[in-house]
Design a binder for this molecule. Structure first.
Ligand code: IFM
Length: 472
């Protein structure tokens, strides 16, 4: 049966600056931690960099044309902090701001609503040299930058998200060294996590002062943590994973403070928390973005590993299980914390290898998007105030430490010629956006969403084969 999205539901596609823009040295852009990291041998697969990426900085009119041709309602992009304030704090680079000004105007001219994220991981290197996110001054610099961007673009951009996936910034960048700046310092990761939330709180105030009409929010990556078996140790490990991934950032944002058990387990002494910080972090917001890709099946490290399962779950090229029911579960969990606050799926998508014969063909991705749009509709039917859905990503792009090996685009990019080819998934998403109608694909039994949290039970005997999406 065809299913209809509510009036006003937004369907779009998302990208991030460092992953698509290229033009790393153009028009006064400063160095970011991802420039430094990707140019350090051995950090990124094949030593690839975002120097050119999709060359979106020069080709944005074509990319906006694709969004308009597809009929998507909205485009979620991020602003590169080092393009706007090259040293992170201090003088503003007018040429950098002009680029986003032109992008926003063109989007509006073509009927695509611009949705902006201020921080999608490209910290100015100068701020990292001064200590990076583990240092509080970085949060203060972020508020200054947020004000600059909001003053210039906030009259036309409807929605501004402060930070994308603070968990990944702190964990991958400072805790495990998988992402820029490549530091494996657990204590620094804890400090970074807190300062990212302080940065969010300060930025909410700065944006409200500069652009009172813009809606302000933040974007979190969340994933159900399902115990691999009903063994008490698996249950315990899954509950701990839930606190760290799903509650560490969400709870303080909604005024519940940090989850105490998780803080105790991490050995965090709270030294970075100043009087007033928790109130600042819990400043009212207008929306919350949820990035969802997969669930994690959690096996306690204290138990022996499983044998290979007889029936392997369906996985994307990243090794992430395709599990649409997890989206319903995540959204219902968030709603239990946020009530009537509008929610957006700000990222959802899948990497699959390009079809070597015909780059427009991507049946797996189309099916992945279809099944997750169905899940989004189910969540709405269950009362979740879901206001929009953004596919990740508009374009194949630089997938961080994986370089260009993993393609998430609803538009194929030939990185030699920069030719764009709209994939079937892109045309499908566009048709859904135009009609606000999801056509029936086929019925998939056994996709019921369980409850999220410590009591959730996973598929007994299904071992985790690869880390979940939070380890991207
Ligand atoms: O490409 C990333 C994006 O930058 C943040 N969320 C997950 C995506 C896929 O790994």
């Amino acid at each position: 049966m065809d299913r209809r999205f509510p009036t006003g539901f937004v369907i779009g596609a998302a990208t991030a600056a460092y992953q698509i823009e290229g033009a790393a040295a153009a028009d006064g852009r400063g160095e970011s931690i991802w420039d430094r990291f990707s140019h350090t041998p051995g950090r990124v697969a094949r030593d690839q960099t975002g120097d050119v990426a999709c060359d979106h900085y020069h080709r944005f009119p074509e990319d906006v044309g694709i969004l308009a041709e597809l009929g998507l309602d909205a485009y979620r992009f991020s602003v590169a902090w080092p393009r706007v304030i090259p040293a992170g704090s201090g003088p503003v680079n007018g040429a950098g701001l002009d680029f986003y000004d032109r992008l926003v105007d063109l989007l509006l001219e073509r009927g695509v609503s611009p949705q902006l994220t201020l921080y999608h991981w490209d910290l100015p290197q100068a701020l990292e040299d001064a200590g990076g996110w583990p240092v509080r001054a970085t949060a203060e610099a972020f508020a200054e930058y947020a004000g600059v961007v909001a003053r210039r673009l906030g009259d036309r951009v409807r929605q501004i998200a402060t930070i994308n996936e603070p968990f990944v910034v702190a964990d991958h960048g400072y805790g495990r060294g998988l992402h820029a700046p490549g530091r494996a310092e657990p204590a620094a990761a804890l400090a970074a996590g807190h300062h990212l939330l302080v940065a969010h709180g300060l930025a909410v105030a700065a944006i409200r002062a500069a652009a009172p009409r813009a809606a302000v929010g933040i974007v979190l990556n969340l994933a159900p943590q399902h115990p691999a078996t009903q063994h008490p140790l698996d249950l315990e490990a899954a509950a701990a994973g839930h606190e760290v991934l799903n509650r560490w950032y969400l709870d303080p944002i909604v005024g519940r403070g940090y989850p105490e058990e998780a803080v105790r387990r991490a050995g965090w002494r709270h030294r970075e928390i100043r009087d007033g910080d928790l109130a600042l972090i819990a400043a009212p917001i207008d929306f919350l973005g949820v990035n969802y890709y997969s669930r994690r099946v959690v096996r306690s490290p204290l138990l022996p590993a499983f044998d290979t399962p007889s029936v392997a779950p369906e996985r994307t090229a990243m090794g992430w299980e395709v599990h649409p029911a997890g989206l319903v579960e995540v959204l219902e969990f968030v709603r239990s914390r946020t009530g009537r606050l509008p929610l957006f799926v700000t990222e959802n998508g899948a990497a699959y290898p390009a079809d070597s014969g015909d780059p427009s063909r991507d049946p797996e991705r189309l099916r992945y998007l279809h099944r997750h749009l169905e899940a989004a509709l189910t969540a709405i039917e269950r009362g979740v105030p879901l206001a929009g859905y953004f596919a990740w990503s508009l374009l194949d792009n630089f997938e961080w430490a994986h370089g260009y090996d993993f393609r998430f685009g609803i538009v194929h990019v030939d990185f030699t010629t920069q030719q764009r080819t709209i994939r079937d998934s892109g045309r499908f998403l566009g048709s859904v956006a135009r009609g606000h109608l999801l056509p029936a694909l086929d019925a998939r039994p056994g996709e019921e969403a369980p409850e999220m949290g410590p009591r959730a039970s996973g598929p007994t005997g299904r071992p985790p084969r690869l880390p979940g999406p939070e380890a991207a």
